[in-house]
Write a protein that binds this ligand. Structure first.
Ligand SMILES: Nc1nc2c(ncn2[C@@H]2O[C@H](COP(=O)(O)OP(=O)(O)OP(=O)(O)O)[C@@H](O)[C@H]2O)c(=O)[nH]1
Ligand SMILES: [Mg+2]
Length: 342
């Protein structure tokens, strides 16, 4: 099971108490205040850990607590600071507090402090002054922060496949990559996203994301809902897979429109993303006019349709080449953007 959401509570350590003490030593009359400060509580940090793939760890570890600081002691001894806690999260994890995103983990990004440890209290030595030479009070430690956050993982893939249930998304992924998602002749076989890696020419690779099928009304919770669409937010290219065979019992154009409507309801900017349309299951298509009509209608909209059969492999190669080309162009654009920013 891919765990892509988790609620996590982070409790930073409290600061240690300051100490109230006086130096008492032979031949040192009125030795003065010598209470040390308390140590700071440990903080909790999230760090990007590229060896992790999902948020499964948080299913069993939803609470993270850092050590408290030790109390200060006499002879100006400072309490030991609490140890910080570093919690690894997979790349692509977004951290939300009160619905607002506060951090996103990326490879190479540094640790992010999610809950700060409390400061240690000052000992009475801190408060001595020419007018108050024997303060008899010390500060208590400050409390560590408590932070409840929601983690959301967005898979990092180059291309996301959007289609109705049973359109053949998993079959396509398994035919072009080594991934083996479950394939069966009933809707909603895929219940969680799967990634597949396609190897292209010149050692280039592309990651395909197979996500559960969408149906009309998914944005209102129909079917499996549309929450899986968050995994395609990161992809550079979208592949709309439409079953053109008679077995679907629907018109291909209606399917395409329903898919774009659902995608648009989830996030309108996804509609501006480069996309490719593939007409699947052409090996069991009896009435060729279904495909021709769909291709013609899409051509009018300036879009090309790639007829494919993931079972026989017909048309898959040109489709994969087109995806590679679009992904490479999108990658070049984002690098240019990054350069502009820097
Ligand atoms: N003849 C033929 N059958 C196909 C083709 N692609 C998929 N199928 C069949 O269609 C059925 C559904 O395929 P899946 O790959 O599980 O479909 P999916 O889009 O992943 O479906 P969900 O996971 O339920 O959303 C399976 O029985 C496949 O064998 C194709 O190109 N030709
Ligand atoms: Mg599937």
């Amino acid at each position: 099971m891919l765990v892509d959401e988790a609620d996590v509570t982070c409790l930073a350590g409290d600061g240690g108490r300051g100490c109230c003490s006086f130096r008492r030593e032979r031949f040192v009359p009125k030795g003065g205040p010598d209470g040390g400060d308390g140590g700071s509580g440990g903080s909790i940090y999230f760090v990007c850990d590229t060896s992790l793939n999902d948020l499964n760890y948080f299913r069993f570890n939803p609470r993270h607590k850092a050590e408290r600081g030790r109390h200060g002691q006499g002879s100006l001894r400072h309490g030991r600071n609490g140890k910080d806690v570093f919690v690894g999260v997979p790349p692509g994890t977004q951290v939300f507090r009160d619905g607002e995103m506060i951090w996103e983990s990326r490879g190479g990004s540094g640790p992010f402090c999610v809950a700060h440890g409390g400061r240690g209290g000052f000992g009475n030595a801190h408060f001595k002054s020419p007018t108050r030479r024997a303060p008899r009070y010390a500060e208590p430690g400050h409390s560590g922060e408590e932070c409840r956050v929601k983690l959301q993982l967005r898979l990092i893939a180059d291309c996301g496949i959007v289609g109705f249930p049973n359109a053949g998304k998993s079959t396509l992924v398994s035919s072009v990559s080594a991934a083996r998602p479950r394939i069966a002749d009933y809707p909603f076989t895929t219940l969680e996203p799967h990634l597949g890696v396609i190897y292209g020419k010149d050692y280039s690779t592309m990651i395909l994301a197979d996500i559960p099928g969408l149906i009309p009304g998914a944005h209102e919770g129909h079917g499996l809902g549309n929450r899986f669409l968050k995994h395609i937010m990161r992809t550079k290219v979208l592949l709309y897979l439409v079953d053109v065979s008679e077995s679907s019992g629907r018109r291909p154009m209606d399917d395409y429109e329903a898919l774009t409507r659902e995608v648009g309801c989830f996030e309108p900017t996804l509609l501006d993303r480069p996309s490719v349309i593939a007409a699947s299951k052409i090996d069991i298509l009896h009435d060729r006019r279904r495909l021709d009509g769909f291709s013609r209608a899409m051509r009018k909209r300036g879009k090309k349709v790639f007829p494919i059969s993931a079972v026989t492999g017909d048309g898959v190669k040109p489709l994969v080449n087109a995806l590679f080309k679009l992904a490479a162009a999108a990658r070049a654009d984002s690098i240019a953007e990054l350069k502009e920013v820097s």
